[in-house]
Design a protein around this ligand. Structure first.
Ligand code: NAI
Ligand code: MG
Length: 485
């Protein structure tokens, strides 16, 4: 049994009040770790350490080149320890090990390297007005103490996506991982420690949100900015708390993204891409293409091929290398997903495959749900409007592209989307007219970290990535100089 502590001011520490909680594996719901349960006191200790490190420590005063050395060292340690990170992530959240090995862990290392390099080459502006004998140039300075609050579905990948730009641009940080996924955050803290990160620059506090360590971080006067990924309702709660001290906020929230398949699409690619679009990571993906709109001329054929592909997915123990769909993160979350499946049937959608919990053999003790496909779904129904966050697809037929665009926009979220077509005009039209943060054309999930990432409507506030992260994690200062003294 592992014992997981907070990492505060360069040291491993228990909670001030000694309280712990049990972390459970979704593979069989067994207890895998005792974890320090952070309270207000621990949040305060972590913020004070980060504050000291920012106000008088070396990190914000180093050059980006010096910071880069430590961040690259930490990235190298993550790569060296890839198997340990991947095994921990799989055990903690049920993510298929092949995904953790090939995607989540390498991407975590890349997040650190990318932002370390990016910060070194940050551009600055200069405005010369020789006729007034004056020149104005800008400095990009770190903002201060950055709080990073992350969810459980891509724990390490999203923790590093937040902490890497915060650090690269010279901020000090307090990271609070989701209570469902403490393990890889602790390994991340160790990697930073071993890479020689000065004390107080990276602090990791474990525990819950409301009334506990998470909420305290969002209202602490010593905190300057908050980057949060999670549910839209949580984003709203955090914003309320952050308002009295005017903290800068960047939120990546929920989604119900439309994947639009035109009759002219390459159906092999469209089926494979939209299967990946909902069943990857068991559907526990904010960007998931969880409303699948298919044009009527190919609707029946598409549905038949889609069901065959869903049934061919390998559901199993996520520690097995060939598993494609693992267990859902917790029994509570599985119940929520199953209740949406019951709702789909009640709403009159046609259940084509799946729809049940899997309970035989290796599935007996875990939270497994069969890949589920509904067809003939009304876009106005709750299974097409609400985020299920599980392996449940809702297929909606449409007549022409205008209908598809109207339905895609008829939703409170605007995080991502896909268009599958061989017609360039259609691709650009859909990309332009759907209100969403990211639109993939004939692909899914591919990211360029220089590009803006975030959501419209209830899917978020602000953008991160490349210069957008630079904007968020730095203060721009104007220095106005006379040419003559
Ligand atoms: P959640 O909102 O319940 O929790 C996320 C994090 O916020 C956790 O660390 C939690 O402890 C913390 N938290 C909860 N209440 C808090 C409070 N009052 N103050 C401070 N911290 C608080 O989300 P969950 O269930 O962990 O993740 C699933 C959700 O995240 C889904 O809705 C999904 O769409 C969204 N998500 C969005 C992504 C995006 O990039 N837009 C990426 C991944 C997930
Ligand atoms: Mg867990």
């Amino acid at each position: 049994m592992q014992h997981i502590q907070h990492y505060i001011d360069g040291q491993w520490q228990d909670s001030a009040d000694g309280v712990t909680f049990e972390s459970v594996s979704p593979i069989d719901n067994s207890v895998i770790a005792q974890v320090a349960r952070g309270s207000v006191l621990d949040a305060d200790r972590a913020v004070e350490a980060a504050r000291r490190a920012f106000d008088s420590g070396p990190w914000p005063r180093m050059s980006p080149t010096e910071r880069k050395k430590i961040l690259h060292k930490a990235a190298a340690l993550i790569e060296e320890r890839l198997e340990e990170f991947a095994a921990a992530e799989t055990l903690d959240v049920g993510k298929p090990i092949a995904e953790a090995r090939s995607k989540d862990v390498p991407r975590a290392a890349y997040n650190l390297r990318f932002f370390a390099d990016f910060a070194e080459f940050t551009h600055t502006e200069t405005y010369a007005k020789p006729w007034d004998q004056v020149m104005t140039y800008t400095l990009r300075e770190p903002v201060g103490v950055a709080v990073c609050i992350s969810p459980w579905n891509f724990p390490l990948m999203l923790e590093t996506w937040k902490i890497a730009p915060a650090l690269a641009f010279g901020n000090t940080t307090v990271l609070k991982p989701a209570e469902q996924s403490p393990l890889t955050a602790a390994l991340l803290a160790q990697a930073f420690h071993d890479a020689g990160m000065p004390p107080g620059v990276v602090n990791i506090v474990q525990g819950f949100g409301p009334d506990e360590v998470g909420e305290r971080l969002t209202e602490h006067p010593g905190v300057d900015l908050i980057t949060f990924t999670g549910e839209s309702t949580t984003g709203s709660a955090i914003m309320t708390k952050a308002a009295s001290t005017l903290k800068r906020c960047s939120f990546e929230l929920g989604g119900k993204s439309a994947a639009i398949v035109m009759a002219d699409a390459d159906l092999d690619k469209a089926v494979a891409g939209t299967i990946d679009g909902i069943f990857r990571n068991q559907g526990e993906v904010c960007l998931a293409g969880s409303r699948l709109m298919v044009q009527r001329p190919v609707y029946d054929e598409f549905c038949a091929r889609y069901v065959a592909a869903a049934e061919a997915l390998q559901v199993g123990d996520p520690r097995e290398a060939d598993t494609q769909v693992g267990p859902l993160v917790s029994p509570e979350h599985m119940e929520k997903v199953l209740s949406y499946i019951a709702l789909g049937t009640a709403e009159g959608a046609k259940l084509l495959t799946g729809g049940t919990q899997l309970t035989d053999g290796v599935f007996a003790e875990g939270n497994y749900v069969a890949p589920t496909v509904f067809a003939d779904v009304q876009n106005s129904s709750r299974i097409a409007q609400e985020e299920i966050f599980g392996p449940v697809q809702a297929i909606v037929p449409f007549d022409d592209v205008e209908d598809a665009i109207a339905m895609a926009n008829d939703n409170r979220y605007g995080l991502a989307g896909m268009i599958w077509t061989t017609d360039l005009d259609t691709a650009h039209k859909v990309a332009r007219e759907v209100r969403t943060g990211t639109m993939w054309v004939n692909c899914f999930f591919i990211r360029d970290l220089r590009a803006p990432f975030g959501g419209m409507k209830d899917s978020g506030i602000g953008r991160e990535g490349g210069t957008h992260s630079e904007e968020f994690f730095t203060e721009a200062k104007a220095v106005v100089m006379k040419f003559t003294s």
